[in-house]
Design a protein around this ligand. Sequence first.
Ligand code: SF4
Length: 190
Amino acid sequence: MLLDNGRTQVLEDEVGRQALHCIRCSACLNVCPVYERAGGHAYGSVYPGPIGAILTPQLIGFESQHAQSLPFASSLCGACFDACPVKINIPEILVYLRGKVVEKKSKSFFNLEAAAMKSVAWVFMDKGRYEFAQKAARVGQMPLVRNSTISSLPGIMSGWTNSRNLPSVPAKSFRDLWRERQANPKQRQP
Ligand code: SF4
């Protein structure tokens, strides 16, 4: 039996196998705007950055939510492809793996992420609903906010704060400030 941690499986994939050419130089990490903001721990694996986003899901499979999320941790700007000395087409593999994730999710009976996105879309489609959600979030976040920051979210939302802080919902939204400005035009003068 060959213990290869999934590499034979990666080699079988005609598109994804490019990832095995990686020499671990980290050039793609250094130019990646997502890695710059998210940091290495956010990728939750030995391989962070663009190469981690394409290699990890192929090695561990697409069963976990974590593996499914990694191909989407990219803006597809292509900086990683430009920087890679062995010319691994990372954006191409990212898009290819996204397709695999979408195909897998489309076959599952219940998709929590899709349900959450539909709920958010429903809220965003109506001004009243949106402003009510902002007010509710302001009240709901109170026990969690320290210095305008939330460092630990409960339950299924905890994944967001495992490796980064979340800015709190501000006391006044842009709409609130705009309404105040319209009601007091003199405040526009410096
Ligand atoms: S730039 Fe290419 S070779 Fe270097 S770590 Fe990234 S994918 Fe691997």
